[in-house]
Design a protein around this ligand. Structure first.
Ligand code: PFF
Length: 482
C-alpha cells in the first residue's frame, strides 16, 4: 500500500463548494428520474412522501455527511476510519466508506448510459430531427434508440470518456467555472419551459397530478422508492458529499450549504415535473410510461414551440452537463480512495476504474434490448437491479449508518464544531439523526422487502447491524449527549 495522504485540496470559497455540491445533486435524478418515478407511482402522494423524506431524512443526513467529510479530512473509507479511531469506535466503520465507494461506481455504470441518451438527443436536436415531431413519432424515435445496442454503447462510451477525461484533470480545474455558468443557464431554460407548459392547456392537471395527494395509490414499495430517491437526488449516503466536505474550509457553514443544496435540488425537480406532466397530459401520453418519459415528451414540446430548435438543443446540452457534473462526483470517492490509500495516482486510477465501470455499463445497455427479458434481482433487468441495489439499499443503508455515527458515536462537541446550529436546533437535529432517520429507513426497508417477498435476510442484516452499533455506541457514550 502506498503512502497515506489526507485531502489537502480546498474549494476556493464556500460558494464554490455549494455550487459543486449542487452540481452533484442536480442531474439526471431531477430531470429524468424524478418525473418518471413520480409518473409510475401515481403522483401527489408520492411527491409528498418524497418531500417529507428530503426534509426529515435527507437534509439531516446531508449535513452529517458533509460534516463527517470535513472532520475526517479524507476519502470516505479513510475519513470513517480516522473518525472511528478519534472516537474510540470500531475501525469496521471504514466499511461504511467502502459501501459508498462501491455504490458510486455502480451508479455511474448506468448513469453514463442514460446520459448517453441525452447526448444522442442533443445531436438529433441540432440536426432538426424534432421539428414538428408528434407524440407518437417521439415515442417511436425513443424505442428505436433503445432497440439499438450499438448506438447506446457508442453514446455510453462518449460519456464515459468525457467523465474520465475531466476527472483525470482534477475535479476543480474547469469544473468550478463550468458549473457556475451551467446552473443558472439550466434554471433559465427550465423557466422558459415552465412558461411553455402554462400554454399547453394541461398545466392545472399537471399541478394537480404532482400536488394533490391520493394516498390510496401509495404502497410501501413506493415509499421506499421515494426515500431512495431522496438519497439519490441529494447525492447522499455514498461519500460524494463526504469527499466534497473534506475540501471545505473550517469557516464554511455546513447548515447554510445544506439548505441551499436541498432547496436548489428540490426546486429543479419540481419544475421539471410540472413541465413534463403538462406535456404528457396535453398530448394524451402515459404518465407511468417509465424511463423514456423525459425523452418521449420534451421533443414534442420543442417541436411545437417558437425557437424550439434552439431551446431543445440547449436543453439537451444542459442535461448532458448536469449529468456530467454529477458523474464526476460519483467517481470522485473511489478515485480519491485509490489515490490517497493505494498510492495509485488520480490519472491512472481514473482510467482503471473508468474501464471497469464502462464494462458494467454494458449490462445496462443490453437491459433495453438483448437482455430485456433477462432478470437479475427479482423481476428486474440488469439496469433495474443495479438501480434497486444502489438507490434503494446501499444509499439508504449508507445514510442510516452516517446518521448513527454522527448522533451515537461522535462526541457532541465534535458535532458542534462542524454543524453551526445553536440549541434547540442542534438538539432537534441530533434527535432526528439518532432516532427518526435510522428508524424510518429501517421501517421502510423492512416492510418493502417483505412486501416484495425478496431478500428477507436484508432486514435481519440491517436490523442487527443497527442493533450492534447502537449497543456499541451506547457503551462508549457515557450520557454526554441528548
Ligand atoms: N444526485 C445525482 C442526480 O440526481 O442525478 C446523482 C448522484 C450523484 C447520486 C452523486 C449520488 C452521488 F453521489
Amino acid at each position: 500500500m502506498g503512502q497515506l495522504k489526507l485531502s489537502t485540496d480546498a474549494w476556493s470559497s464556500q460558494t464554490v463548494f455549494i455550487l459543486a455540491a449542487v452540481g452533484s445533486a442536480v442531474g439526471l435524478g431531477n430531470l429524468w428520474k424524478f418525473p418518471y418515478i413520480t409518473g409510475e407511482n401515481g403522483g401527489g402522494a408520492f411527491v409528498l412522501v418524497y418531500l417529507a423524506c428530503v426534509l426529515l431524512i435527507g437534509i439531516p443526513v446531508l449535513m452529517s455527511e458533509i460534516a463527517l467529510g470535513r472532520a475526517g479530512k479524507a476519502n470516505p473509507v479513510q475519513a470513517m476510519s480516522n473518525l472511528a479511531r478519534e472516537n474510540g469506535a470500531s475501525r469496521l466503520w471504514a466499511l461504511l466508506g467502502l459501501n459508498g465507494v462501491l455504490a458510486g461506481a455502480l451508479i455511474l455504470s448506468f448513469y453514463t448510459v442514460i446520459a448517453g441518451w441525452a447526448v444522442s438527443y442533443f445531436v438529433q436536436s441540432i440536426s432538426g430531427a424534432f421539428v414538428d415531431i408528434t407524440a407518437s413519432e417521439a415515442g417511436t424515435h425513443f424505442e428505436g434508440l433503445m432497440a439499438s445496442p450499438y448506438e447506446l454503447l457508442f453514446w455510453h462510451t462518449v460519456v464515459s470518456l468525457a467523465t474520465i477525461y475531466i476527472v483525470s484533470k482534477g475535479v476543480k480545474q474547469g469544473l468550478e467555472k463550468a458549473i457556475s455558468l451551467m446552473l443558472p443557464a439550466l434554471l433559465l431554460i427550465l423557466l422558459v419551459l415552465l412558461g411553455y407548459a402554462t400554454t399547453t392547456g394541461a398545466f392545472g392537471q399537471s399541478f394537480n397530478f404532482l400536488f394533490a395527494a391520493d394516498f390510496s395509490k401509495l404502497t410501501w414499495e413506493s415509499v421506499l422508492i421515494a426515500m431512495g430517491h431522496a438519497f439519490f437526488t441529494l447525492s447522499i449516503g455514498l461519500g460524494t458529499m463526504m469527499v466534497y466536505g473534506s475540501y471545505l474550509s473550517k469557516k464554511g457553514s455546513i447548515v447554510k450549504a445544506s439548505l441551499w443544496i436541498a432547496f436548489a435540488d428540490t426546486a429543479i425537480a419540481l419544475i421539471a415535473g410540472l413541465v413534463i406532466f403538462s406535456i404528457v397530459f396535453a398530448n394524451g401520453l402515459e404518465a407511468g410510461s417509465g424511463p423514456g418519459l423525459l425523452f418521449e415528451t420534451l421533443p414534442v414540446a420543442f417541436g411545437q414551440m417558437a425557437g424550439g430548435w434552439f431551446f431543445g438543443t440547449l436543453f439537451f446540452a444542459l442535461v448532458v452537463m448536469a449529468a456530467l457534473s454529477s458523474a464526476i462526483s460519483l467517481i470522485e470517492p473511489v478515485v480519491s480512495w485509490f489515490d490517497q490509500n493505494w498510492g495509485i495516482k488520480r490519472e491512472k486510477a481514473v482510467w482503471i476504474l473508468g474501464g471497469i465501470i464502462w464494462t458494467l455499463g454494458v449490462g445496462t445497455v443490453l437491459s433495453f434490448n438483448a437482455w430485456q427479458d433477462v432478470h437479475f434481482l427479482g423481476e428486474r433487468t440488469f439496469f433495474g437491479s443495479v438501480d434497486y441495489l444502489t438507490s434503494y439499499i446501499m444509499l439508504p443503508l449508507g445514510g442510516l449508518l452516517m446518521a448513527v455515527f454522527m448522533a451515537w458515536v461522535m462526541k457532541k462537541d465534535q458535532v458542534q464544531a462542524q454543524i453551526d446550529l445553536k440549541a434547540p436546533w442542534i438538539n432537534w437535529l441530533l434527535l432526528d439523526l439518532k432516532w427518526l432517520a435510522p428508524v424510518a429507513v429501517l421501517v421502510v426497508f423492512s416492510s418493502s422487502l417483505v412486501e416484495s417477498d425478496s431478500v428477507i435476510w436484508m432486514i435481519a442484516l440491517s436490523l442487527s447491524v443497527y442493533a450492534i452499533y447502537v449497543w456499541n455506541a451506547l457503551k462508549k457514550e457515557g450520557g454526554e449527549k441528548i
